[in-house]
Write a protein that binds this ligand. Structure first.
Ligand SMILES: C[S@@+](CC[C@H](N)C(=O)[O-])C[C@H]1O[C@@H](n2cnc3c(N)ncnc32)[C@H](O)[C@@H]1O
Length: 295
């Protein structure tokens, strides 16, 4: 009990001493030095005010953006990527994406195994197949990748289990939370396109099948499946492709089964273990980054 009190008193004394010393020193300083100090203090204060104002501006902009996004029920701010049109690039196609809309009660919703298990069972469906989160995670992995930031991602296409094909622009910032992602997907599948907040550019839009009609000519199309007999080291495999022509990577965005696409040139397995689509994408993007020296 006694010790802390004593310490406090000493501290106060110390502080007082130091303060007095500073004052003494200031008194001893020549006048022009004091003026210099005063100028610096004013400058510092001005700088603080400016940075505070900038912070406030940023905050206001963010709030305004969010408000606009909420209004449009969109919420996809765009990021600018370092686009390099003359270089070869990559395209991702997510096949069999589990993205289905249904009227549950009074509202239309994107069906998922967590929220709609009873509804799905009542309608004779297996809830395990309703996994829109797989597409969400896969898209985040693709769009967040340094390959995209370096401008080497040319396009992303998603084909739902029901055969709806849509395009996602590489500069879209997908909502990071599942709930908002579900809202965007619902809107896309109902209205067939999503525009940037306050702009006319379509960031996502439903397009005409087949996907091959949208792929560049002479591109190489690699399909990914755990069940492929061709087990490759992604890093080594990439060094033989990707540098001459654009490459298309086709993965499944479903929980079970294999992608069956007649347009694929080569089916490969990139691990001896079954992986999630998102992990596969991360492995592909890492290999691409090494291949293209993107750090
Ligand atoms: C959840 S998995 C689906 C698993 C499914 N049984 C299969 O092998 O296709 C989603 C996607 O990840 C990819 N994938 C998973 N494990 C893989 C592996 N070891 N090699 C290559 N692709 C893989 C495939 O494209 C697959 O469609």
């Amino acid at each position: 009990m006694v010790r802390p009190y004593g310490i406090k008193v000493n501290k106060r004394k110390e502080r007082k001493e130091r303060y007095d010393k500073e004052e003494d020193e200031e008194e001893e300083q020549p006048k022009f030095e004091q003026k210099q100090k005063e100028k610096e203090r004013v400058k510092r204060a001005k700088r603080e005010v400016t940075s505070k104002a900038e912070e406030e501006d940023d905050e206001e902009n963010e709030i305004a953006e969010e408000a606009a996004a909420d209004e449009l029920d969109v919420g996809i701010p765009i990021i600018v990527s370092d686009d390099k049109k003359d270089q070869t690039g990559v395209i991702f196609v997510l096949e069999k994406a589990s993205l289905e809309v249904a009227k549950v009660g009074k509202t239309y919703q994107l069906l998922n195994s967590d929220d709609h298990a009873n509804f799905l069972r009542k309608n004779g469906r297996d809830p395990a197949h309703y996994r829109p989160d797989i597409t969400h995670q896969a898209l985040l992995m693709i769009l967040d990748s340094p390959v995209n930031k370096a401008g080497r991602l040319k396009a992303v296409y998603v084909r739902t289990e029901q055969g709806v094909l849509f395009e996602v622009k590489p500069h879209v910032r997908i909502p990071r939370t599942y709930k908002r992602f579900a809202g965007i997907m619902l809107q896309l599948l109902q209205k067939l396109s999503i525009s940037a907040a306050g702009k006319r550019e379509k960031l996502m839009r439903v397009i005409k099948n087949p996907v091959t009609g949208h792929l560049p000519p002479n591109c190489r199309k690699i399909g990914f499946s755990y069940s492929s007999e061709k087990l490759v080291n992604m890093q080594k495999h990439l060094s033989t492709v990707c540098n001459e022509t654009d490459t298309v990577f086709v993965l499944g965005a479903m929980s079970h089964g294999k992608i069956e696409c007649d347009y694929i040139d080569d089916f490969v397995a990139i691990s001896g273990y079954p992986l999630s689509a998102a992990y596969c994408i991360s492995r592909i993007c890492e290999a691409l980054s090494t291949n293209w020296n993107i750090i």
